[in-house]
Design a protein around this ligand. Structure first.
Ligand SMILES: [Zn+2]
Ligand SMILES: [Zn+2]
Length: 263
């Protein structure tokens, strides 16, 4: 299908949180640009949701972490360990892991616990740390990455991915209200934004639907996808709360929802 080669093909793998849920797996998003597959966060259940999205761990080229809370990062260890079965030659190209500063320290800590169980053949596991104090960027053959610090953990960064043909998608990770996120998402085709709690139950370090809507409206994004719903969101009218501040195209994420982004 030629259309698959254009823009960015997105699958919400997990639209939930740390709270166990059969409907919402922990946080994870898959983006496909041509044959390149980018994973954003890997909370519990990510590998199973990947299979449901007809993707295996061996298909992944990059994993981006928004921050290191376990509901966003915990499946990294099982994912690398699973790469060794039945033998690690199944992975033919390197897996590159990208996050804010602290990534290599985090991985050394994991290595102190798991040792060779999370080692791959030389050169098959790469790490890139981005600046979490200021803006940063990376260029790859068929896409670019821009990042900005956001308001959650010291290592927290949000990502903007732009395909070579100009489609752009922003992933907020977890954040409180963030001018940096507005700047990063300026005129993006899609913003995948956390909306952890309803307006009436706002907590520090997270957004509500109307706060996420304000960010999307001020950034002028083409489409907004709200995700990272705690169970408290089930009892609220998330769409109506978001509509207080945002009038554009709006989706409430569900696991395995697919979104196509083109220019
Ligand atoms: Zn978090
Ligand atoms: Zn979270």
């Amino acid at each position: 299908m030629e259309i698959e080669n254009h823009g960015i093909n997105i699958t919400i793998l997990g639209s939930g949180t740390c709270v166990p849920s059969l409907q919402r797996s922990s946080c994870s998003v898959l983006m496909q640009i041509g044959a390149t597959r980018l994973l954003f966060d890997s909370g519990a259940g990510t590998m199973r949701r990947l299979l449901e999205a007809e993707t295996t761990i061996f298909d992944l080229d990059y994993i981006f972490y928004s921050h290191f809370h376990p509901d966003h990062s915990a499946e990294l260890v099982p994912l690398i360990f699973a790469t060794k079965y039945p033998d690690q030659n199944q992975r033919r190209s390197p897996l590159t892991i990208i996050a804010g500063q602290g990534l290599t320290e985090l991985f050394s800590g994991l290595k102190a616990v798991y040792g060779q169980w999370i080692e791959l053949a030389a050169g098959m596991l790469k790490f890139i740390e981005l600046d979490n104090q200021s803006r940063d960027s990376l260029n790859f053959s068929n896409f670019t990455v821009e990042s900005r610090p956001v308001e959650h953990n010291p290592e927290s960064i949000a990502y903007r991915i732009t395909s070579a043909d100009g489609a752009s998608a922003v992933y907020s990770g977890d954040t409180d209200f963030s001018e940096n996120l507005i700047e990063l998402a300026k005129d993006a085709d899609l913003l995948i934004c956390e909306s952890a709690m309803p307006d009436s139950l706002q907590v520090k370090g997270h957004l509500t639907p109307s706060m996420a809507g304000e960010i999307a409206a001020r950034a002028g994004v083409g489409k907004l996808v709200l995700t990272h719903f705690y169970p408290d969101c089930d009892d609220a009218d998330i769409e109506q709360e978001c509509r207080k501040t945002y009038r554009g195209p709006l989706l409430l994420a569900e696991d395995l929802m697919k979104i196509k982004v083109t220019r």
